[in-house]
Design a protein around this ligand. Structure first.
Ligand code: NDP
Length: 285
């Protein structure tokens, strides 16, 4: 799997597994654990979760799948790249560390590889960043980053980071249907070597049924969802984190990371899904 270099050292795979909507219903628990376990077996190493998802339920699902995979020897801990997020209302100077400890307990881990502020809230950024720096220093997280930050938020963040470790990634909504970040945010991040993690890269499943995309995908012998993912991963500095529970989806998405799109396909995609010609506010799901 191709990786992206983090500005704070280390690497992040360009494809990961999303887990939003997991951990919400106990009757689906075993199926979801099996899906995350299958993903690890297929080779997925980046798993994206958050304290928000299922109010901790998704972290519990991930924790159980990771524990099973480690016990079975399917993967080593240092090969995995586990991402979680703190709720903005918890992201105070003291609350951030406490939330992180709760996430670590649910994940059954002693370190989260990348810990993100889920979106901007009322706590001053400086307080959150100070707490995140402390978590890095204590080894409880490997890197810290943000999510749903637009270019002006990133500018403001850069002012408060000081001499501590830099922001390692920004996770935002980016898909063929939502290309706003390609206008200014992605170029801003590329200039500074900060990877962009694209969430909802299949537009929550909608692009899988998109007719125009389906026609183009059929010519290439792939599915519409695979083409949607390959298009996102084709952008320099971008990783995609599709969520999937169904085995066929997990496999299809994994295979999409191997697709190389030629210039003619990329230009056909630009024609159907153009990048906006002016700044648009960052979309959020
Ligand atoms: P996605 O665009 O990843 O779509 C997920 C949906 O698409 C699921 O219903 C899934 O079905 C379906 N799907 C997956 N693969 C395929 C395929 N190959 N063909 C057809 N359908 C497919 O949406 P998400 O909103 O879940 O985004 C991905 C992840 O990004 C989240 O899970 C979360 O981790 C993160 N995220 C972060 C946000 C933030 O604020 N930071 C906001 C939103 C998402 P099934 O599950 O049945 O297999």
């Amino acid at each position: 799997m191709r990786t992206l270099s983090l500005p704070t050292g280390g690497e992040m795979p360009v494809l990961g597994l999303g887990t939003w909507r997991m951990g919400e219903d106990v009757t689906r628990h075993a199926t979801e654990v099996a899906a995350v376990r299958e993903a690890i077996g297929l080779g997925y190493r980046l798993i994206d979760t958050a304290e928000m998802y299922g109010e901790g339920g998704a972290e519990t699902v991930v924790g159980q799948a990771v524990a099973d995979a480690l016990r079975a020897g399917d993967v080593r801990r240092d090969e995995l790249f586990i991402v979680s997020k703190v709720y903005p209302h918890n992201a105070s100077r003291r609350g951030t560390g406490q939330a992180c400890e709760r996430s670590l307990a649910r994940l059954g881990l002693d370190r989260i590889d990348l810990y993100l502020l889920h979106w901007r809230g009322n706590h001053p950024l400086a307080h959150t960043v100070e707490a995140l720096h402390e978590l890095v220093a204590a080894g409880r997280i490997g890197h810290w980053g943000v999510s749903n930050f637009d270019t002006d938020d990133m500018e403001e963040l850069a002012q408060v980071v000081g001499s501590g470790p830099a922001c390692a990634a920004n996770q935002v909504y980016l898909s063929l249907g939502e290309r706003g970040p390609e206008f200014d945010l992605l170029p801003w991040q590329r200039e500074r070597g900060v990877p962009l993690m694209a969430y909802s890269p299949i537009d929550q499943g909608a692009l899988a049924g998109d007719e125009a995309l389906g026609r183009l995908a059929a010519e290439l012998g792939v599915s519409a969802a695979q083409l949607a993912l390959a298009a996102v991963m084709a952008r320099d500095g971008v990783a995609a984190i599709p969520k999937a529970v169904r085995s066929a989806h997990l496999k299809e998405n994994w295979a999409a990371a191997q697709l190389q799109l030629d210039a003619a396909t990329l230009s056909a995609l630009d024609h159907i899904y153009p990048v906006p010609k002016r700044k648009t506010p960052l979309a959020m799901i």
